[in-house]
Design a protein around this ligand. Sequence first.
Ligand code: GTP
Ligand code: MG
Length: 222
Amino acid sequence: MTGAGKTAYLALVKLLSASYIISSPSVEKCPAPAMPEFAFIGRSNVGKSSLINLITSNRQLAKTSASPGKTQLINHFLIKSEVSSAKSVQWYLVDLPGYGYAQVSQGTRKQWKKMIEQYIRQRTNLKLLFVLIDIRHRPQALDLEFINQLGAWSIPLLLVFTKSDQITQREAAASVKSFMESLEKHWDEMPGYVVTSSAKGRGRKELLGIIEEQLMLSNTNV
Ligand code: GTP
Ligand code: MG
């Protein structure tokens, strides 16, 4: 995993197609883990589905909503792309439900938590988990605890700050600094991060570059 600091890769990957495959209520029901996979997690309403649409340049692909709790299942999207080797590669993007959504019953929340945890810990083809953080807020205990838990489970992750169009560049830099400082005491090698805005199309190239790097490492050409 990339070390501390802002990650900057130039994407050479060319997307050929992106299509919705299936929504699954548990990791057991997900498609066979035959291709590299990249998943998006974070609090409800942080912008997970919007980011999938940004990456695939398709506003209709993942369902987004102004009210939290929109995504409730594990959603698989199949992406076909060409990388620098000019070989065609297939991989999955996965839209997950948000954590910490207060407006559903305790039972439902518990069930989502279990579904997310089992997915994260058991999905063998998961190459990288994108953990989304709303850049407008001070570091939140729920996010920090979740990320520290991922570290304890040794899950490869990248921090993705969202909604950067809502604040100034200076505020964004301060927010990132403050978040990384809050994590620092728990981490020997800090996870990498990318600052994004789905509204302004910010961060797409970096994210695609990181995905491409992982695809080349996993070398699963089809
Ligand atoms: P759940 O599925 O409910 O957990 O939410 P989610 O994390 O998938 O969020 P979603 O992509 O549905 O976005 C939630 C709201 O935030 C929508 O109204 C989006 O239009 C808005 N939004 C997402 N990304 C951005 C962004 O980069 N900038 C701005 N200004 N709004 C954003
Ligand atoms: Mg969603």
